[in-house]
Design a protein around this ligand. Structure first.
Ligand code: FES
Length: 254
């Protein structure tokens, strides 16, 4: 069957504003959007730009807005879209470099800001572990869902909060903070506390849940953010209580 790909194109070096360009492509039962784009570039228009690598929903580089929904092009079957015209745009909330390729430096910077790795209080132990850190199945279950994140950015591009606050860390970074905090081998909650509890942290989330809705790997960032909120509230309360007890103790000694 023939399908028309309606692609939003923009080259900041040549174009004043984005414009749609249409390409007619022959597709089959298992043709995915990425394969159709590759066919267009190889046969019709070598100037069309898009990003991809693994072709198997693992590297997270082929995210784009397909029929107004953030999706991975390599995972999306054209037949599942159920239309003979498919609209393809770059992921929203990111600056367009060219056509479907967007700038993701800020996104990765936010990911790094929550320290997405295991932290031990003893830094020497962190660098040179002397033993295996045994983990039980139920401990693995606490973070397994969040470990499936492929850092594709679809969740953050779905999040309506970025329209009002660009500083917001976003669902991807926050869910990865949660993934490490609930890992039984990690001791880094206090080290991440400031950034998570800041103006750009968990309190920005309005629980729209678009992030969880659009994650191609079934990760639940919206849930992770709510769990982080609970942890932060409980930690802040304990901190205040201990300061208060210290004060009472000091006063009673005077
Ligand atoms: S090409 Fe790697 S996720 Fe699509």
């Amino acid at each position: 069957m023939e399908v028309t790909l309606k692609i939003l194109r923009f080259d900041p070096l040549k174009d004043k504003k984005p414009r749609f360009q249409e390409y007619v492509v022959e597709v089959y039962e298992y043709t995915r959007v990425l394969e159709a784009l590759i066919w267009v570039r190889e046969n019709l228009d070598p100037s069309l730009s898009f990003r991809y690598s693994c072709r198997m929903a693992q590297c997270g580089s082929c995210g784009m807005l397909i029929d107004e929904v953030p999706r991975l092009a390599c995972k999306t079957l054209i037949k599942d879209l159920g239309r003979d015209e498919v609209t393809i745009k770059p992921l929203p909330k990111y600056r367009v470099i060219k056509d479907l390729v967007v700038e993701m430096d800020d996104f990765f910077e936010k990911h790094r800001s929550v320290k997405p790795y295991l932290i031990r209080k003893n830094r020497e132990e962190q660098e040179k572990p002397k033993k295996f850190y045994v983990q039980l199945p139920h401990e693995l279950q606490r973070y397994l869902n969040y470990g499936y994140c492929i850092v594709c950015g679809l969740c953050s591009s779905s999040c309506p909060n970025f329209d009002s606050s660009w500083e917001y860390l976003g669902p991807q970074a926050l869910s990865q903070a949660y993934r490490y905090i609930v890992d039984s081998r990690d001791e880094g909650f206090e080290e991440r506390y400031e950034v998570l509890n800041s103006n750009s942290g968990v309190w920005r989330c309005h629980f729209a849940s678009e992030c969880s809705e659009n994650c191609p790997k079934g990760v639940e960032p919206a849930q992770a953010i709510q769990m982080l909120r609970r942890m932060i509230l409980s930690f802040s309360f304990k901190k205040k209580l201990s300061l208060f007890s210290e004060k009472i103790h000091r006063l009673s000694k005077q």
